[in-house]
Each structure stands twice: as structure tokens, then as C-alpha cells.
Design a protein around this ligand. Structure first.
Ligand SMILES: [Mg+2]
Length: 239
């Protein structure tokens, strides 16, 4: 399959338009190999494969618990994942608390989603201002630097650092100001935070991930992987 170019059609005048990426489940994912290594430090032996086998059910459980207003039941996800991977029930509460306490220092979301960082670099190389726009804990810039992807973005906008969370439109307005753009396209996996937030701020949005489903809204496109995102951006950036 040939991938459409992101180059605008000859003669097209592009207004300053920024592209922002959500972080968790859009650019970075839970790193199960890293999680297995952290658990080994606590004397708990679990194979990455066992965690991977337990992950789909744990994410389904998480989806059922996510508060439409933006709550993120991190502990529930982790407890369900560890139980599904066969870790003894009596060990799980203390392990989950330890992992949560370690999260600012050793963030478990450090696996790259295939193709998304390359796409960000490609957009930047073509002169499109590119940012990360994430509801995070205030240490996202450090994490992205640690995993060597911070330089793919012109700006890293972290709700924990500025005190405004998606879907509040002020964080989207802030992103445009930081990126020096008049309009935005946001890519993210959470309908309430990313997609509803972007639409509320007057942006277009790309609903990303395996769990995104078709919607009857012309300002929203659905993308299951980085190639889908690239195809949508090729179309929208050329308009
Ligand atoms: Mg996300």
C-alpha cells in the first residue's frame, strides 16, 4: 500500500496549523517488559507474555471504569493486569501501591506506539508545528527525554505542569499559543478528553487506537494505526 505524501498540493497556501498528539495510548504505551523487570525487583517472577495475555481484559475493565469526566482508574487497571498474569491476590495491593508510588520516577508508559514518533518527526520536518498535549503528572517532558523522543516535538504540554486538563478548551488554546498556530488538529485515544475537548476548542480531531469506532462527525476522523493517521493528515493538511 502506498502512503499518501504529507506534502501540500502545489500552490496550496497553508495557514498556520498545528498538530498535537495525546501521550498515553497514542504515542506511548504501557511497557510490559519494563513492568516485568520492576516486579522482579520485588521478587515477583512474571513473564512479559503472561502480562500481554492479561492486558486485553484489563483494558476492557479499565474502559468500563473510566469516568467520562476524565477519571483514570490506574490502580484498577494495574491490579487487574497483575491478577490476570497469575500473580497471587494477596501480593497485588502492595505491588500496585509500590508501582504507583514509583510512577513519577519510573513511569511504566515508556513503550512507543509504532510509527507515531516517526510521524511527528516527519510533520516537523515539513514545517508543521507539532506538540504533545497530555493529561499527565507534571513530569512528561522528563519521561519523553528519558526515552529519547522529546526532540520529536516543538512543545510538550502537560496538564500537571500547567494546571489545566483536557477537555478544558483553555489547554487547547494554550497549545495554539505555544505552537504559534491559528488552528489545530489533535490526535488522541480518549473520546471525552481528546476528541470532545478538541471539538469544544474548535479543532479537528483524529480518534486513535483499536477501540476507536466510526462517528458521524465531519470534524473527526478515526485512525487505528500511524498509517491511518498519516492518510488523514495528508488530506486535511492539503485542504
Ligand atoms: Mg491517552
Amino acid at each position: 500500500m502506498s502512503i499518501p505524501s504529507l506534502q501540500p498540493a502545489t500552490g496550496t497556501v497553508i495557514e498556520p496549523l498545528a498538530v498535537t498528539f495525546d501521550a498515553g495510548q497514542t504515542v506511548i504505551d504501557l511497557d510490559l517488559a519494563f513492568l516485568a523487570r520492576r516486579l522482579a525487583e520485588r521478587g515477583v517472577v512474571v513473564e512479559r507474555a503472561a502480562l500481554a495475555a492479561a492486558a486485553p481484559a484489563a483494558w476492557q475493565h479499565y474502559d468500563r471504569l473510566v469516568d467520562p469526566a476524565g477519571g483514570h482508574p490506574w490502580r484498577e487497571l494495574m491490579a487487574n493486569l497483575l491478577a490476570g498474569a497469575g500473580i497471587a491476590a494477596e501480593q497485588i495491593p502492595a505491588l500496585v501501591e509500590w508501582l504507583w508510588a514509583e510512577q513519577p520516577r519510573a513511569n511504566l508508559w515508556r513503550a512507543e506506539i509504532p510509527g507515531m514518533v516517526a510521524l511527528a518527526r516527519e510533520l516537523r520536518a515539513r514545517g508543521v508545528p507539532v506538540g504533545v498535549l497530555s493529561n499527565s503528572e507534571g513530569r512528561l517532558a522528563e519521561l519523553l527525554a528519558e526515552i529519547h523522543i522529546a526532540d520529536a516535538f516543538d512543545a510538550i504540554i502537560d496538564s500537571g505542569a500547567i494546571g489545566i486538563e483536557k477537555p478544558d478548551r483553555r489547554i487547547f488554546d494554550h497549545a495554539l499559543a505555544v505552537l504559534g498556530a491559528a488552528r489545530g488538529i489533535h490526535i488522541g485515544d480518549s473520546w471525552p478528553a481528546d476528541i470532545a475537548g478538541a471539538l469544544g476548542a474548535g479543532w479537528r480531531a483524529i480518534w486513535f487506537g483499536q477501540r476507536a469506532t466510526p462517528v458521524n462527525e465531519p470534524r473527526v476522523a478515526v485512525a487505528h494505526d500511524a498509517d491511518d493517521v498519516r492518510a488523514v493528515l495528508a488530506r486535511w493538511l492539503a485542504e
